[in-house]
Structure formats: C-alpha cells, structure tokens
Design a protein around this ligand. Structure first.
Ligand code: G3P
Ligand code: CA
Length: 243
C-alpha cells in the first residue's frame, strides 16, 4: 500500500459538482482512499453537505442554509451551475453520503464548517450519524473551528480529529496537543521539510489541502506526506502509485 492517502476534496470536485452524490461516486470510481466534505445544519437541524454557508454559489437557491428546512433544500438544483449534464443533482445530507460510503472501502473526512456556538449540538449530530453507519473508525473530523474539534474529543476521545488552518503556524505541536488533535490539516503552501519532520516526531499526521498541481503532488508524495486533499483524486492516485 502507498504511504500517502488521497482524499477527494468535496468529492472528485474537478469533474462533478462539489459536495454532491455525483462527485462522491466519481471519487469512488477514481479509487480515492477517502472523501472530504463540509457540513452545516438546516433550520430543522439536519446535517447538510455543502461548502458555503449560503446556497447562492452551488445551487439555484439564495440565502443561508440555516434559513431553510431539509424539505425546502431538497427542492433545489445543486448540479446545473457546474454543467447541464448534472441538472437535478440534489444537496445531500450527511446521512445519504454515509449510506453510500459505508458500503465502500473509503474513509470520510467530515469538515464541520461552524461548531456548536453557531450550530447547536452539531458535534453530537455528526458523531451520531457516523456511529449509525459504523464509520467512527473510518473517519476524521476536521474544522477551522478548534473549539469544535475539542468538543468532538470531549464527546468521543477515540475519534480522529484534524486541525485545519490557513496561515503558517510556528511549531504547532503543543497547541495541537492542547486541542487533542491527531492530525494537522495545513494549507500546502505552508509546508516544508522541517515542518513535516516536526509533525511526525510529535506523532501527528499531515493531511494537506488543496493540492491540484501535479508537480506539487509529486513533491509531497516523495516527502511521504500522510494525506493529499485534492479535487483531482485520479491524478494524485497515479502520482502516489509511481513513488
Ligand atoms: O479539508 C481541507 C479543505 O476542505 C479546507 O478548505 O475551504 O475547501 O473547506 P475548504
Ligand atoms: Ca472542506
């Protein structure tokens, strides 16, 4: 097995509308090791898979996801913006994605877009959903909201968590320990050899985002990075297999 695991970012979002079943099915077809997706809560408390907090960019709806019930969100088209062949693609729930993924070998990276202070009990809901599909040991929960990651560990210390961040952090090992995360999820531009060695010396995996350039994929795979999060899982899998 290759060292570096490839995560399809919002599904195989280079080829199908992000965060839709079409994109997750393509990720499976392309033999990604895992999928990454983003979750929010609807007005009636369902876990909704979409990147932005508003509907405007990736559906024909308008306004905040949190202003609509699941039934209302299900009337929207989340595919046409990407291409007419995807017309009628629905906004999935986390339940629906897990129902599909649990029957495959892939793992899932659930990014909580906003934690409990904005979406009440979202951490409990994500964990319950993963448990329902027996995916608690085949997941990682990531977030830019580090309070949310700490909450996940309070609820279930066995579940893996990944610390998302954009700007470079100076030797974040002690901080990572205080949030109790298992992995660092940095922007790939912040990585260098010193950082990679430091993370591994502190028993932290590194899953880096969003790597769409093949030259960079090759460099990271050669540096034995734990995970590459990409819109093009087919390209990354090929490069990783050649290392
Ligand atoms: O998981 C990495 C990546 O998804 C974080 O950024 O904005 O694409 O959710 P974003
Ligand atoms: Ca994400």
């Amino acid at each position: 097995m290759n060292f570096t695991r490839v995560q399809a970012h919002r599904g195989a979002s280079g080829y199908a509308p992000e965060n839709t079943m079409a994109a997750f099915k393509k990720a499976v077809d392309m033999k990604a090791d895992g999928i990454e997706l983003d979750v929010h809560l609807s007005k009636d408390g369902h876990l909704i898979v979409m990147h932005d907090e508003t509907l405007n960019r990736t559906s024909n709806g308008k306004g905040l996801i949190a202003s609509y019930t699941l039934e209302e969100l299900k009337t929207l088209d989340a595919g046409s913006w990407f291409g007419k062949e995807f017309k009628g693609e629905k906004i999935p729930t986390l339940n629906e994605v897990l129902e599909f993924i649990c029957k495959t070998e892939l793992f899932i990276n659930v990014e909580i877009k906003a934690g409990y202070r904005i979406y009440p009990n979202i951490e409990e809901k994500v964990l319950a959903c993963l448990q329902k599909y027996n995916m608690l040991d085949r997941c990682i929960i990531s977030s830019f909201d580090h309070y949310s990651l700490f909450r996940v560990k309070e609820l279930n210390s066995n579940v893996k968590t990944g610390l998302l961040y954009g700007a470079s952090l100076y030797e974040p090992w002690e901080y990572a320990k205080s949030v109790k995360v298992n992995a660092l999820h940095p922007l790939y531009l912040t990585l260098d050899k010193h950082f990679i060695e430091g993370a591994y010396a502190h028993n932290l995996d590194i899953n880096t985002y969003t790597v769409n350039d093949e030259k960079v994929m090759g460099e990271l795979a050669a540096a034995r990075i734990s995970g590459i999060i990409t819109n093009y899982p087919d390209k990354a899998k090929k490069i990783v297999s050649e290392i």
